[in-house]
Write a protein that binds this ligand. Structure first.
Ligand SMILES: [Mn+2]
Length: 379
């Protein structure tokens, strides 16, 4: 049986003030295209459907369109909630929708839900584990000291009495780590302090495939335990990532094949670096000017309104940084809330502000003007 694994749609997300709705619509169309050509039996969406617990109208509308298109292809759709979703809202109408081959598991109700599909080799059980916290699981199990995420996940899986001689696939949205492997993290993920949510991937290694969501960079945490990654780059930290959906082909027990199908963005996300004149000149401006950019200006001279100048050529500049001999000097910002700022003179405060906003230190002439104005003001 072939099935498609995706996760972390984050429908409705904005990145540095830019709405990703059109990007999302663009990749969803490609996913529908892959379903038509590859003809998988099921589509697994491993959590973080929406970016927020209460998504905006446009986001709800886009998800509705996507679900309708998915249903139109005839595939079975399996969905769990992620840490960004509201479990109850995502769970809405799930009993009715399950009759339409759409299985939504938003809320953990004390029992690991499953959906059984069949192919020539027999049955495959798909287990739907929505995002859980130990506190939510404790209510259902009489287990002392259930403190960790690993304990909670193990308790839930153990309670399902899974027959591991059959083929089993798990959908889960937790932070699984493999021993000795550093996970690829992205700034668009929410990171609980200190990685307390981490659970060893070994606890789910009994499944024939584990379709994970949570980490936004695609990666395996075991030969058959995998994060599909988000379908769109959701932070500048992901600009070098390639986004894909995962096509899994599960044959007889123990026979698994994983293929990555690339997703093309409407506008790419990338980083460009150099002096302003070069980056904005007709001949040099490289690639698609409408890409989402982090621009690093290397000019030694100060520039008036650098963002305005850049955006006249690149309308989708997301971030602007400066890298020159002045910014290479390490500046330790005054710690806030310690009363340190109050001790600074108005002039010092202004020069800190100037440095923070322009990335440059004031020239002698400018410093003179500021001092003159400040003294004039005092008089
Ligand atoms: Mn996510």
């Amino acid at each position: 049986m072939k099935f498609l694994h995706l996760s972390d749609l984050h429908i409705g997300k904005t990145v540095n003030g830019f709405s990703m709705l059109e990007e999302q619509r663009h990749v969803f169309a490609q996913i529908i295209g892959y379903i038509k050509t590859e003809k998988p039996s099921a589509v697994l969406i491993a959590g973080d459907i929406y970016d927020r617990a209460v998504p905006g109208i446009e986001a709800v509308r886009l998800f509705d369109d996507f679900l309708t298109d998915l249903a139109g292809t005839g595939v079975v759709v399996l969905i769990i909630s992620g840490n960004h979703d509201s479990p109850e809202r995502l769970h809405y109408a799930s009993r009715l929708l399950s009759e339409q081959k759409l299985h939504l598991c938003g809320v953990f109700d004390g029992r690991l839900q499953s959906v059984q599909l069949k192919d020539d080799y027999g049955e495959i059980n798909f287990w739907l584990l929505p995002f859980i916290k130990p506190s939510a699981v404790r209510a259902y199990f009489a287990i002392q000291d259930m403190e960790s995420y690993a304990d909670a996940i193990m308790a839930v899986i153990d309670s399902a009495a899974i027959d591991y001689t059959k083929r089993n696939v798990l959908l889960s949205h937790q932070f699984y780590v493999a021993a000795g492997v550093t996970p690829i993290r992205s700034e668009s993920e929410i990171n609980p302090v200190g990685g307390l949510d981490a659970a060893p991937a070994a606890i789910v290694s009994g499944f024939d495939y584990v379709a994970l969501g949570h980490l936004h960079g695609r990666q395996n945490v075991g030969p058959h335990i995998r994060y599909a990654g988000s379908p769109v780059k959701y932070s500048l930290s992901e600009w070098r990532h390639t986004k894909t959906v995962t096509l899994v082909s599960l044959g007889e027990k123990g026979n698994l094949e994983i293929t990555e199908l690339p997703l093309m963005p409407l506008h790419n996300m990338r980083e460009i670096k150099g002096p302003l004149a070069l980056l904005t000149s007709q001949e040099i401006a490289d690639g698609d000017c409408e890409d989402y950019l982090r621009v690093i200006l290397t000019d030694e001279e100060e520039i008036v309104d650098p963002m305005g100048k850049l955006r006249s050529r690149y309308p989708n500049v997301m971030a602007l940084d400066f890298e020159n001999s002045r910014t290479s000097i390490e500046i330790t910002p005054a710690p806030q809330g310690t009363g340190q700022l109050e001790k600074l003179s108005t002039y010092d405060l202004f020069s800190e502000f100037y440095l923070a906003t322009t990335g440059a230190v004031m020239s002698q002439a400018q410093a003179g003007i500021v001092r003159e104005l400040l003294e004039g003001g005092r008089e």
